[in-house]
Design a protein around this ligand. Structure first.
Ligand code: AMP
Ligand code: MG
Length: 423
């Protein structure tokens, strides 16, 4: 690229920019800079779905609570089974699931038993009903059965007192099922994280208002709302704040009182930057980073009293990219969740040529498709400008291109990060 005569500061046109923070460094610094909130609440198990467990859980009971049959068949004493030939057993009754046969089994007897039925006292083996011949109140059983077969021991899944879940687990459908299987009606979870957000910009109008020349609708408050909603946090929408020092300062003060985290968009371009920076420096501590990435390079991170502050760029795609890469992991950590983030990457063969200059990490928007078992293709989601929100709409993944990487030809392999259902 040709160098301009006048260039006073690094710009996004520079090919190689030393002094920029890498994406990984910025992610690490942000994660280091936040801690899990305190405060818990006890909820009925269903209401605890998708919430983060506040304490460890041990099983109060044995699961299963009683030794039972894994098959429909006949419960016997293993010692009574014939080594060869066929033996006839009298059948005194049936043990149904939930309606046990409570009389201890006598030597030589076979109690009919249903799947889940409690094993009668003295019986230790189940013979499947397909492998017997029943005649009235007697049953014929042959040889070749293994002692102890088709029996589920009490506490086999989980013994009383055994740890089940550790604090920091986000409760899934299976997890609340497990809690119910233990007879637990309530769970202690961390309180919901409170996240306040507002947009800054004199050009912004809210939906429903007419646009004057030069004005645009505020879409960032909608994308941020949507992404926060997926995180199950308490959302505080503080609207649009005009580019005026007093108003910005007031908004920051209000947000810091009401929320654990504050997310803003816009107001970080040259001229506006000093302005937000000044306010933040006055109210708390902050770092203003230029990150070697595209889109979404300037990101502000800091603290105002007890609240964590994330200042994202204004461009609609930049907001979504920086939220997903930096803010989302931080909010997950603040929520007390300690498990995996649910974000993963796969390798895919690109069916589009991808333009890329070396120097910055690029998050291009792509459409990932599965072409076979473990095989994926990806194509570009269209024009990659940081203002083109439609490219995010069309996309279901980010195509991750390393700083060193140059343009990618059709057929080359690229790393892809699916985000469907995450935002
Ligand atoms: P800024 O960082 O404030 O200079 O904004 C960068 C670009 O993003 C400008 O074109 C803004 O008009 C646009 N922008 C900023 N905030 C929003 C918003 N809330 N919704 C849509 N576009 C925005
Ligand atoms: Mg602005």
């Amino acid at each position: 690229m040709q160098k301009n005569e006048i260039e006073t500061q690094p710009s996004c046109e520079d090919e190689l920019n030393t002094g920029l923070l890498t994406v990984a460094e910025a992610q690490a610094r942000i994660l280091d800079g936040v801690t899990a909130i305190s405060g818990t609440e006890t909820l009925p198990v269903r209401a605890a779905l998708d919430r983060v467990l506040a304490g460890d859980i041990s099983s109060p009971i044995n699961v299963p609570s009683h030794t039972n049959s894994a098959m429909d068949g006949y419960a016997v004493r293993a010692g009574d089974l014939p080594d060869e030939g066929v033996r006839e057993f009298p059948v005194p009754g049936t043990s149904w699931a939930g309606r046990p046969w409570l009389t201890p089994i006598e030597p030589g007897q076979a109690v009919q038993i249903m799947t889940g039925g409690m094993m009668p006292e003295g019986a230790d083996t189940v013979v499947m009903q397909e492998q017997v011949e029943r005649n009235g109140d007697r049953v014929q059983i042959g040889s070749g059965h293994r002692p102890g077969q088709h029996v589920r021991a009490a506490g086999e899944d989980l013994a009383a007192g055994q740890p089940v879940f550790t604090a920091g687990k986000r409760l899934s459908a299976a997890d609340i099922g497990v809690l119910a299987s233990l007879g637990l009606g309530e769970a202690s979870v961390t309180r919901r994280l409170k996240v306040a957000f507002f947009s800054t910009g004199d050009e912004l109008r809210s939906v429903g208002e007419p646009l004057d020349p030069g004005e645009i609708y505020d879409s960032n408050r909608y994308t941020l709302y949507g992404m926060l909603k997926k995180l199950d946090v308490e959302i505080i929408d503080m609207g649009v704040v005009r580019d005026r020092r007093e108003l910005i300062e007031q908004a920051f003060r209000d947000a810091a009182v009401r929320a654990d985290a504050i997310v803003t968009s816009g107001g970080v371009s040259v001229g506006e930057a000093d302005f937000v920076k000044e306010t933040l420096e006055k109210l708390g501590s902050m770092a203003f980073w230029k990150i070697a990435m595209k889109p979404g390079r300037p990101v502000t991170f800091g603290h105002i009293n007890n609240a964590v502050f994330f200042g994202l760029p204004g461009n609609p795609v930049s907001v979504m990219v920086t939220f997903f890469q930096f803010v989302r992991p931080a909010l997950v950590k603040m929520s007390g969740e300690t498990g995996a983030l649910g974000v993963y990457t796969v390798l895919a063969r690109t069916t589009s040529a991808l333009r890329k200059r070396p120097g910055r990490y690029e998050f291009q928007r792509g459409v990932l498709e599965q072409s076979g078992p473990g095989e994926f293709t990806v194509r570009t989601a269209g024009a990659q400008g940081s203002g083109i929100l439609r490219s995010m709409s069309e996309a279901n993944c980010f195509i991750l291109l390393d700083p060193d990487r140059t343009s990618v030809a059709v057929g080359e392999e690229v790393e892809v990060q699916p985000f469907q259902s995450l935002m």
